[in-house]
Design a protein around this ligand. Structure first.
Ligand SMILES: [Zn+2]
Length: 504
């Protein structure tokens, strides 16, 4: 009896020690997890936005305060901002849809939005507006005096945005409001007084931004579910209005979806909560939440941990399959076919690594985030055989599809561009863009993996993720992250310039 008691006591002490150690380890891991974002969020431009949605007239009235930190390394006399919503105004010359996609964009008939800056205050002083850009889509904020490097300036932009009735990144349609690329965002500085003022083209995701900190308060009538980038920090309902506040640290952009017809399904993967928002009658919601969790788990494992606490996957009407934003992916409720919808979820979650955390110039080097997200989707299927697809057959299909595409256009004597690094607006069509950037991009990453070996390839991607987290990468730096960098560079060159072995 005595011995037994002693054994129980020892076992209890051992168990208590294990519990204490496990708790300490969990705290250390959680702190490490937060530390990366905390460190990255120091010394960034800050956006504070208060936005109110009026469902009767489909407008967003907003007050945006930007504490712009000059990290350009040069002294600045102005700061440029993209006004992407201008592309939806009546009379816009450059629009984010084509003759082929216009009907998909406007199922209820073509209509317009509008965007009006109601006041601009720079360092406490009201200023008149200077609008420039290729299509009146850039706000030039002239500074009262030179902004030296590493100094801040406070800019307040009040605006009224009228949403078009459409299924684009920005617009209202049926029960949902998509708020993608909806607020003035600082342009990237290219040096020597030049800013990247790329307009809102129809092809690809023509965006280019650096990570920043966001504090965004969105109010909408209380029937709306407010889903957004960042971490949700508070919810208040007053006088039939709901207000949700979000804090995003070191995120590349801020998007939201407002919906009167969604139910939230939640699960947890490591340190990240995944919320899957779907229509209440969506019977596949729990299966799709499971898929999203598996994607996050697989990519955490393959590339390195997702650094944020929240990932929202939102089903919403969207003219393309899906769209990636930090902490938020739109998966289009208009996609038909289970396999296609699954691919959208996986591809958009892969973008959290490639575009979101590791950024790139999505206008001129779209092959990086699109090609790699597509290849990451193939890798997901390889690691998750329960979905009945594998890397080999996905690559075979991609190669067959690519060659068929070239064959068809050759047969009708249309000269097909084979370059992968054209600015997105220089592709002749959406097909050309898709085949050169997504399909050929995935084939290229597969060739790199097969040439240097899967382990070396995945180790290289882990290195890329670690080294370029919260920053941006280009083709040159990508090759350097791999052990056999010369071999990788040769493959990148061959594909990007349009001389891949798969070309006819
Ligand atoms: Zn994509």
């Amino acid at each position: 009896m005595k011995i037994k008691k002693k054994a129980i006591k020892i076992a209890a002490i051992v168990l208590a020690i294990i519990l204490v150690v496990a708790t300490i380890v969990a705290i250390v891991i959680a702190n490490d997890f937060d530390r990366a974002v905390r460190a990255a969020s120091k010394n960034l431009t800050e956006y504070s936005i208060e936005a109110n949605y009026d469902e009767n007239v489909h407008t967003i009235s907003a007050k945006e305060q930007v504490s712009y930190l000059n990290k350009t390394g040069e002294s600045l006399d102005k700061i440029c901002f993209h006004l992407y919503p201008q592309a939806f105004r009546e009379g816009a010359r450059i629009v984010p849809y084509t003759a082929l996609t216009e009907a998909r964009c406007f199922p209820n008939g073509k209509n317009y939005g509008s965007f009006q800056i109601t006041s601009l205050i720079v360092a406490g002083e009201p200023k008149s507006l200077t609008i420039s850009g290729e299509d009146s889509d850039i706000l030039e904020v002239n500074l009262p005096s030179h902004l030296e490097k590493n100094k801040r300036i406070e800019i307040c932009i009040n605006f009224l945005l009228t949403l078009p009735n459409c299924t684009h990144r920005l617009g209202w349609f049926e029960n949902n409001v998509n708020l993608g690329n909806w607020y003035p965002i600082a342009c990237e500085y290219e040096g020597d007084g030049v800013w990247d003022t790329t307009p809102y083209y129809a092809t690809g995701d023509p965006f280019n931004s650096s990570v920043a900190n966001y504090n965004v308060k969105i109010s909408a009538p209380s029937g709306f579910n407010i889903i957004a980038s960042g971490e949700r920090v508070s919810d208040i309902t007053k006088n039939s209005m709901s207000t949700a506040t979000f804090e995003g640290r070191a995120i590349r952009d801020f998007a939201a979806v407002l919906s009167t017809n969604t139910t939230k399904h939640t699960d947890q993967v490591n340190n990240t909560t995944i919320n899957y928002y779907a229509a209440p009658d969506d019977n596949a919601a729990s299966a799709h939440l499971k898929l999203a969790c598996e994607a996050l788990f697989t990519f955490n494992d393959l590339f390195g941990d997702y650094p944020y606490h929240t990932l929202n996957v939102v089903t919403t009407p969207f003219m393309q399959g899906g769209m990636e934003y930090p902490n938020l992916v739109m998966a289009s409720s208009l996609v038909t076919g289970e396999e296609e919808f699954r691919k959208v979820i996986i591809h958009e979650i892969a973008h959290q690594w490639w575009y979101g955390v590791v950024g790139n110039d999505e206008v001129n080097e779209a092959w990086f985030d699109e090609g790699l997200s597509e290849y990451s989707t193939f890798l997901f299927y390889e690691k998750n055989p329960q979905y009945g697809l594998n890397l080999e057959t996905l690559i075979e299909d991609a190669v067959a599809g690519y060659n068929l595409y070239l064959e068809v256009f050759n047969a009708i004597n249309i000269n097909v561009n084979r370059e992968m690094n054209l600015p997105v607006n220089n592709y002749a069509s959406e097909y050309e863009y898709t085949y050169m950037v997504y399909v050929k991009g995935a084939i290229m990453f597969n060739e790199i993996s097969k040439t240097i070996g899967e382990n070396a390839f995945l180790n290289g991607l882990k290195k890329v993720y670690k080294q370029y987290k919260f920053s941006k990468i280009n083709a040159e730096n990508l090759a350097k992250a791999f052990k056999s960098s010369n071999k990788v560079q040769a493959i990148l060159n061959r594909y990007i310039t349009g001389q891949s072995v798969y070309d006819l």
